[in-house]
Design a protein around this ligand. Structure first.
Ligand code: ADP
Ligand code: MG
Length: 382
């Protein structure tokens, strides 16, 4: 069992002068047993502070933390049944892998030497590092060291893993491999995991759910696809997805959406959605939803190409629409030149609309659910 309930968690730091830094503000999150929850957000948004409060390394200014239904807000770290893995995994250089992995057990449990030995062998087997047990950290690659650091927390049989950017020190390729390994490991062990990263790709690919933070405040919590397709506000829309969503200020006037070079007649159901909304809206469109268009198409928008980045399967093009740079993803088979003039279409059904003032989503793109989606895809792709 390993549930986590964060209730109204607030952490205020004193900056040493007369200012207060609100690192986390009124955070509420419930995590299910066995869940992999990713806390994601830009640097300084309060991810590590939240995790450190869960671990007991930091005392909340207000709010409570419950693990397995029991309040632990003021309990010591070692009495919480959690194990933490940091970005900076700091193995003891003078100890071999076996000692590095068993040291924590020796300090914090009553296990016998044999029992500790067994645990280390078990964890080493899971992590495929059995043959490294007698080596020193300096003889290991970065990936192997990270595995030992994981081993150090696995041997403790925690109910909850807390991981703070554990893969950031690894090179890109290894990071991708370790991402998959960590996920598999988490599934095999079934241990509830709270994983912190600033990397939205990591969040999207690893999390059962992700919690997006900005300035210490929870912006949205949901499955990766919920956050991607149904962002609750402009911040989440812009943060999740790569390349980022494009934004453009538009006006809603008499059932039409007006922007530079285009004016859509809105469908009645969308008009209904916008009835109580402000007329000043921010339009959001994902790069891959921008279509190249024939100039004769209704609402074809003229654009000029600034830069082309071929990626192979797709090319990312940076285009100028009404004086603003947009990112668009187009088929890699197209040869597009810098400075080329072209036309694009922003399909109305793929658009997101946000209140320009508050950033709240007033309309998200239409997603097609379940078997309907597959049917539709099969029909349109034949
Ligand atoms: P993240 O992990 O998302 O990058 P942190 O939780 O480390 O963010 O920090 C959140 C905010 O709290 C930042 O503004 C940071 O400067 C501040 N902060 C973190 N730890 C301390 C501390 N010990 N003393 C003062 N300010 C801190
Ligand atoms: Mg951090």
């Amino acid at each position: 069992m390993g549930t986590v309930d964060v209730n109204g968690l607030t952490k205020v730091y004193d900056d040493g002068g007369s200012n207060e830094i609100v690192a986390v503000e009124d955070l509420n999150i419930s995590i299910e047993d066995g869940e992999f929850l990713v806390l994601v957000g830009p640097s300084g948004c309060g991810k590590s502070t939240t995790l450190r409060c869960l671990a007991g390394l930091e005392m909340p200014s207000s709010g409570t933390i419950e693990l397995n239904g029991e309040e632990v807000t003021h309990k010591r770290p070692k009495d919480r049944g959690v194990a933490m893995v940091f970005q900076n995994y700091a193995l003891y250089p003078h100890m071999n892998v076996r000692k590095n992995m068993s040291f924590g057990l020796k300090m914090t449990t009553d296990l016998s030497k044999e029992e500790r030995h067994e645990k280390v062998e078990w964890a080493a087997d899971i992590l495929d590092i059995s043959e490294l047990l007698d080596k020193r950290p300096k003889e290991l690659s970065g990936g192997q060291q990270q595995r030992v650091a994981l081993g150090r927390s696995i041997v403790r049989d925690p109910e909850i893993f807390l991981m703070d950017e554990p893969l950031s020190n690894l090179d890109a390729k290894l990071r991708t491999t370790m991402r998959t390994e960590l996920q598999e490991l988490q599934q095999d062990l079934g241990v509830t995991t709270v994983y912190v990263t600033h990397d939205q790709t990591e969040a999207m690919t690893m999390g059962d759910r992700i919690a997006v933070l900005d300035h210490g405040e929870l912006q949205q919590i949901g499955t990766p696809l919920e956050c991607y397709h149904q962002p609750e506000n402009k911040f989440v829309a812009g943060f999740i997805g790569s390349p980022s969503m494009n934004f453009l200020e538009v006006t809603h006037r008499n059932g039409r959406l007006e922007g530079p070079e285009f004016s859509y007649e809105l469908k009645p159901e969308i008009r209904d959605q916008l009835r109580d909304a402000s007329n000043e809206l921010t339009l959001g469109v994902r790069p891959q939803d921008i279509e190249l268009a024939d100039p004769s198409v209704d609402n074809a928008v003229p654009a000029s190409v600034n830069v082309v980045e071929p990626m192979g399967e797709v090319s990312i093009i940076y285009i100028d629409i009404g004086g603003k740079t947009f990112t668009a993803g187009v088929s890699g088979e197209l040869i597009i030149d810098n400075d080329q003039e072209l036309y694009v279409h922003l399909p109305p059904e793929r658009l997101h609309l946000f209140d320009s003032q508050t950033g709240e989503a007033v309309k998200n793109r239409e997603a097609i659910a379940g078997s309907d989606a597959i049917d539709e895809y099969m029909i349109s792709s034949t």
